[in-house]
Design a protein around this ligand. Structure first.
Ligand code: FES
Length: 137
């Protein structure tokens, strides 16, 4: 069977304490979701500098997903709030690069939210498919 449909590549930064565990639980629970993501495990969403996001997008990723603990649950107290502030800066940078804001997404996923994680990935893949490939590719 031939399938020429565009398959977006998503780089997902997942914090070790909540989101990575949620992604892991999705796998352990055999929840079905698209295989378009490549997860990078980080200690906290607050440690991911906007330059990493821009670098991923300018080097060919179709989208970047940042997942952290829910507000109030960050294991480093305010890392996720820092990530939230950085999201504003990232959105401005996307505009400068002529990239659509949908190519970056910040989401909160707890260790027990496997279904939520799968749903976020599924939704983002769908959205990126409708946008088409990253022009930097
Ligand atoms: Fe999860 Fe900070 S430890 S967002």
């Amino acid at each position: 069977m031939e399938n020429n449909e565009f398959e977006p590549l998503i780089i997902a930064f997942c914090c070790n304490w909540c989101s990575y565990a949620g992604a892991d639980l999705a796998g352990i629970s055999r929840i079905q979701y698209p295989t378009n993501i490549r997860i990078i495990r980080v200690m906290c969403s607050g440690m991911v500098h906007p330059n990493f996001v821009i670098e991923a997008l300018t080097k060919g990723a179709d989208g970047v997903l940042m997942c952290g603990c829910h507000p109030g649950d960050c294991h480093y107290r305010e890392g996720n709030l820092k990530a939230e502030k950085r999201a504003e800066a990232i959105n401005l940078m996307l505009e400068d690069y002529g990239l659509e804001p949908e190519r970056y997404r910040l989401e909160w996923v707890s260790a027990s939210e496997a279904e939520r994680f799968a749903g976020i990935v599924t939704g983002m893949v769908k959205e990126l498919k409708s946008l088409g490939p990253n022009p930097f590719k």
